[in-house]
Design a protein around this ligand. Structure first.
Ligand code: C2E
Ligand code: CA
Ligand code: CA
Length: 492
């Protein structure tokens, strides 16, 4: 391929002679010598770094290959299929000196997958870091066969490998589409279908394999629409922070409000994060959401201050992207300053799964700085993210938020009580406060208070409220408080 690329440039020889003449004429024979030595080196480097910008993109080469496979009738009607392999964040694999080993790891994986392919199958690395495998047309290819091939590719990728000075085990997700599944007429349609399946597999990572289905295409179309409309929705004020109160189990007083995003969609009504966050994940839009929620939360808090309403703090959910932004602590400090609020009035929520990942220095340093500034740091969905005690201790945290799955039925299910008791003992040992979320009944609330959980949040106290309803809820809560406390004291 590389030599054909060169030959295609038929004007090259004429251009080179003109260049040599001009160099000799204007700069002398030394410059000509430098050109004679330097130019071949430059050409070699350029050819080696193929594809060049402006040359045929890798995805177009895939499409050409698929077209050829789809329309190959040389040995009667045959079938083909397309796989898209996506790796689980290889950029985070580093050697002992912190140097990323991404390209070495990918090169090793390419070699392994090639070794698992049959003659005639073709592999293409795409610009986004994924790999595409196009199967050679075959009479016997069916869906089951494709599942087996995907499994084989995954197996060879996931075998441990030694790269640089470390041993690495990489996982990958694979999506695929058999040409018959979409009655594929074009290579582009087949590639897109396999990419849709790969995206779905990535949503179930690590190590998922997914085949294309028509439902997935529908989900993708909805996701694309939400994604493309999100920035405009922010400008139009459709993305709004709703607030869910958190109360102290000791005093019953409000100890904070968690900001939860809602999209007031003009056609689809109020959308919860589950309806639109998946469309934003992995894009810059996540950061846009984080900034908007921070700004709205602090504005609301400043407003409640002015109205004389006692809300000690707001909690904002931050995405892994937000947490990896080295400017995050500065951004938080500026936002607090702009609203005239001290850092102690802001808590950030970090998912347990985020601190459970491989060592992440930026996140750790960010959390250290944020905690040092005086903001609270809550570990969200605790108990679901598989963080080790060592990793929890490495991060500056203030409170564990016990996930709803441990809270459900805690008043009558003995095993739930044991689990919550164990989590509370852990929190105490680590010097952390505790909050139970998703508390739905008075009985759960009373039991959590009895077990020693510091704070609760859930529908039994209030659903998330639009900001304009918070003031009246706070007033009602204040009025209900002495009665509620008496009931709770009786329950203890
Ligand atoms: P989360 O942070 O765990 O938030 C608690 C979720 O539980 C919220 O769902 C809340 O409405 C719901 N909930 C509260 N009390 C109860 C209860 O008693 N019973 C039940 N069944 N559910 C309860 P929501 O608002 O749908 O948010 C879902 C998730 O979306 C949040 O889970 C959070 O991880 C994410 N999220 C929400 N807002 C944001 C945001 O602004 N940024 C980011 N990055 N993520 C957000
Ligand atoms: Ca949360
Ligand atoms: Ca949570």
């Amino acid at each position: 391929m590389r030599s054909t690329v060169l030959l295609r440039h038929s004007g090259l020889a004429g251009f080179l002679s003109a260049l040599a003449l001009a160099v000799y004429w204007f700069l002398g024979d030394l410059a000509l010598l430098a050109l004679a030595v330097g130019l071949p080196v430059l050409v070699l480097v350029a050819v080696w770094s193929w594809p060049w910008p402006g040359s045929k993109a890798a995805s177009d080469q895939v499409i050409d290959r698929l077209e050829a496979a789809l329309h190959d009738r040389s040995e009667g009607p045959r079938q083909t299929g397309c796989f898209v392999v996506q790796f689980d964040d290889p950029s985070r694999i580093c050697d002992r000196h912190g140097r990323t080993l991404q390209s070495e790891v990918l090169a090793a994986c390419i070699g392994r997958i090639r070794g698992a392919m049959r003659p005639g199958d073709r592999l293409f690395p795409l610009e986004d870091g994924s790999l595409v495998v196009v199967l050679a047309p075959s009479q016997r290819l069916d869906l089951e066969g494709m599942v087996r091939i995907a499994g084989r590719m995954q197996l060879v990728v996931q075998q441990p490998m030694v790269v640089g000075d470390i041993s690495v085990q990489l996982s990958c997700c694979i999506g695929f589409c058999h040409a018959r599944q979409i009655n594929a007429e074009t290579g582009r349609a087949l590639l897109e279908a396999a990419q849709i399946a790969a995206d779905e597999a990535m949503r179930h990572r690590p190590g998922a394999i997914r085949a294309y289905t028509d439902d997935l295409a529908l989900i993708r179309a909805t996701r694309d629409r939400l994604r493309s409309g999100f920035a405009e929705a922010i400008d139009a004020g459709q993305i709004r922070a709703h607030f869910q109160p958190q109360v102290s189990t000791d005093s019953g007083e409000v100890s904070g409000m968690e900001a939860l995003a809602r999209w007031h969609h003009p056609d689809r009504g109020v959308l919860a994060p589950g309806d639109f966050l998946p469309a934003l994940e992995g894009t810059d839009l996540m950061e846009l959401l984080g900034r908007e929620m921070l700004n709205q939360s602090l504005s609301a808090l400043a407003e409640w201050n002015r109205a004389g309403l006692a809300v000690p703090a707001v909690s904002v959910n931050l995405s892994p992207q937000d947490l990896r932004d080295p400017q995050l602590p500065d951004r938080l400090a500026w936002a607090l300053d702009a609203h005239g609020l001290p850092p102690g009035r802001l808590t950030i929520e970090v998912l347990e799964s985020v601190v459970a990942g491989v060592d992440d220095d930026i996140i750790r340093r960010n959390l250290d700085r944020i905690a040092l500034m005086g903001c609270g740091v809550d570990l969200d969905d605790f108990g679901t993210g598989n963080a080790s005690i060592t990793s929890i201790r490495q991060f500056s945290l203030q409170r564990l938020k016990i996930d709803r799955s441990f809270v459900r039925g805690v008043d009558y299910i003995r095993d739930q009580q044991k689990l919550v008791t164990a989590i509370l003992a852990l929190a105490e040992q680590l010097g952390l406060e505790s909050l139970a979320e998703g508390v739905e009944t008075q009985a759960e609330h009373a039991m959590l208070a009895q077990l020693g959980c510091g704070h609760v949040q859930g529908y039994v106290i209030s659903k998330p409220l639009p900001p304009e309803e918070v003031a009246s809820w706070l007033r009602q809560h204040r009025e209900r408080l002495p009665r509620a406390l008496r009931i709770e004291m009786r329950a203890r």
